[in-house]
Write a new protein. Structure first.
Length: 231
């Protein structure tokens, strides 16, 4: 097959202690999946059906990189997240079988242009420009589930310049990982290389040029991102 333009490189995720990388197909994100975060965003934390938004696969950023402060925003926010990587096709799977479709887990940081997101939300518009901008999906090395199991509890924390900003437990997820995978798989067919960012705890806040942001999840290690000069 020939193309009018050369195909872009396939985005990939690092794998813990291995040379291979995981080709990434799509990045799904779960909105407001911790009750305290829902409240701080001015929403009712009742257990309504989860909702999803997306980031482009080429928004990926590896651990240890510098991310330029993005354009069009004055309010760049951090969001610590548990990341799920799908390794087997999943279409309409039930919760009991959901974990069988997961290849591994990673630590993530869902960078957000909060002012653009809130403006879109208040006008009933999509969140794309607030969430899906360039280099907005920081995701660390993926740990195979065969090695780390399927974490349903454990500390998730985020610091900025050494000061703790987010400190919660994975058990506080409103919708568990198996529930998320099951529900999402009824809407779309999940395939190997699909990624799910499962939501962030309370405590989200701003980043400025020069900040170092570290996210850690018990059993999965930590990732670090430095915010560089404005793009």
């Amino acid at each position: 097959m020939s193309f009018v333009f050369p195909p872009v490189a396939i985005p990939g995720l690092a794998v813990a202690d291995r040379e291979e990388r995981i080709p990434v197909r799509r990045i799904f994100c779960v909105g407001r999946n911790y009750a305290a975060h829902a409240r701080e965003m001015g929403k009712d934390p009742e257990r309504d059906p989860p909702f999803f938004f997306m980031k482009p696969a080429d928004a990926l950023v590896d651990d240890g990189e510098t991310v330029a402060y993005p354009p069009l925003t004055e309010n760049l926010h951090f969001e610590a997240e548990l990341v799920v990587v799908i390794g087997r096709e999943a279409a309409g799977v039930d919760q009991a079988a959901a974990n069988d479709c997961i290849w591994g887990y990673a630590v993530g940081n869902d960078l957000t242009r909060r002012d653009l997101q809130l403006e879109a939300r208040d006008k009933g518009r999509p969140w794309d420009m607030g969430k899906g901008f360039d280099r907005s999906a920081v995701i660390g090395p993926v740990h195979p589930a065969s090695m780390v199991g399927h974490p349903s509890s454990g500390a998730i924390r985020l610091t900025v310049n050494g000061e703790t900003k987010q400190d919660a437990d994975l058990s506080e997820l409103i919708w568990s990982v198996p529930e998320i995978v099951s529900i999402l798989s009824t809407s779309v067919t999940l395939k190997p290389g699909d990624v799910i960012m499962t939501g962030t705890p309370a405590g989200v806040g701003p980043l400025v040029e020069g900040d170092e942001c570290i996210v850690s999840i018990e059993g999965l290690g930590q990732i670090s991102t430095r915010i560089g000069p404005r793009a």
